[in-house]
Design a protein around this ligand. Structure first.
Ligand code: KIV
Length: 305
């Protein structure tokens, strides 16, 4: 593993994305790009690629921590990963995802937990799931100067109430309810809204009705931007792959091959060779062997391969 001196910070080739950049892109009709990240190296890669925003999503629970859904991840676990992401990103807008039970019980607790994302982890904004029922909570958070991204449609924290991972808004009344939720979130002061797993016509329609940007995930091509879970993009999670998750690489396969090659080379003695080892000057080695009790009984001490 290479080690980098602390001063070797990343070059900063682009200005920081802010919530104003989101609004500007929406106004100009430029697609907004967003991906999740949960650690320092991934945040570095996503940031360096010029992705507008990084979501430290509660999908962390599933794709990194191995839980069956997003309900078990805690505020402290989210903060731990958000801090690592912050250390890797210089330009992307950083959004901390409010985990289950960090905002549902009461508005004061929601404000405190949202504040922790900014104060302790250096996030720029928070995201929370839910529609009209969270308007008051969102008003409290935005009044504290914390930008909020809404999230409606398939809201994974409500997977039990929704009866599973199902596409939302497929009936006229459900579609109408989602539109009303989206309008209420805009009115409450959200700077953008994530639309997850809903019909593409509804995704476009809600986008046209709002003045704030919509970020789609399984909401078709007509939203103001797109977000995906990085493990789906890289092919690193195969327990559950929704239809909308396009895989751009198969890193699980690359990883499996590399691990197997390492295993085989160590087992066969091919690794490590001197190419991956450190030398000591001959005279120092000789002096070392001359120290009391250092000489082995065998003929060739320290000759190695
Ligand atoms: O947690 C997450 O990754 C999310 C995205 C799917 C939007 O909320």
């Amino acid at each position: 593993m290479s080690t980098r001196p602390e001063s070797d910070s990343q070059p900063n080739p682009r200005p920081r994305t802010t919530v104003l950049t989101f609004a500007e892109k929406r106004r100009k009709g430029e697609p907004i790009t967003m991906l999740t990240a949960y650690d320092y190296p991934t945040a570095r890669a996503v940031d360096a690629a010029g992705i507008d925003a990084i979501l430290v999503g509660d999908s962390l629970a599933m794709v990194v921590l191995g839980h069956p859904n997003t309900l078990s991840v805690t505020m402290d676990e989210m903060l731990h990963h958000a801090k690592a992401v912050k250390r890797g990103a210089t330009s992307s807008l950083l959004v901390g995802d409010m985990p289950f039970m960090s905002y549902q019980a009461d508005a004061a607790e929601a404000v405190r937990n949202a504040g922790r994302f900014l104060q302790e982890a250096g996030m720029d904004a928070v995201k929370l799931e839910g529609g009209r029922e969270y308007v008051e909570t969102i008003r409290h958070i935005t009044r504290a100067g914390i930008p909020v991204q809404g999230h409606i449609g398939l809201t994974p924290q409500s997977v039990n109430a929704l009866g599973g991972w199902r596409v939302q808004g497929r009936t006229a009344s459900d579609a109408r309810a989602l539109l009303d939720d989206a309008l209420a979130l805009e009115d409450a002061g959200c700077f953008s809204v994530v639309l997850e797993s809903l019909p593409y016509r509804l995704g476009s329609y809600i986008t046209e009705r709002l003045t704030i940007p919509t970020i789609g995930i399984g909401a078709g091509p007509g939203t103001s931007g797109q977000v995906l879970v990085i493990h789906d993009v890289l092919g690193l999670y195969d327990r559950f792959t929704p239809r909308f998750a396009k895989r751009y690489a198969d890193l699980a396969d690359v990883q499996a091959r590399a691990i197997a090659a390492y295993r085989d080379e160590v087992a066969s003695g091919q690794f490590p060779t001197r190419e991956h080892a450190y030398a000591i000057p001959d005279e120092e080695w000789a002096r070392f062997l001359d120290t009391p009790g250092a000489r082995l009984a065998g003929p060739a001490e320290g000759q190695g391969r």
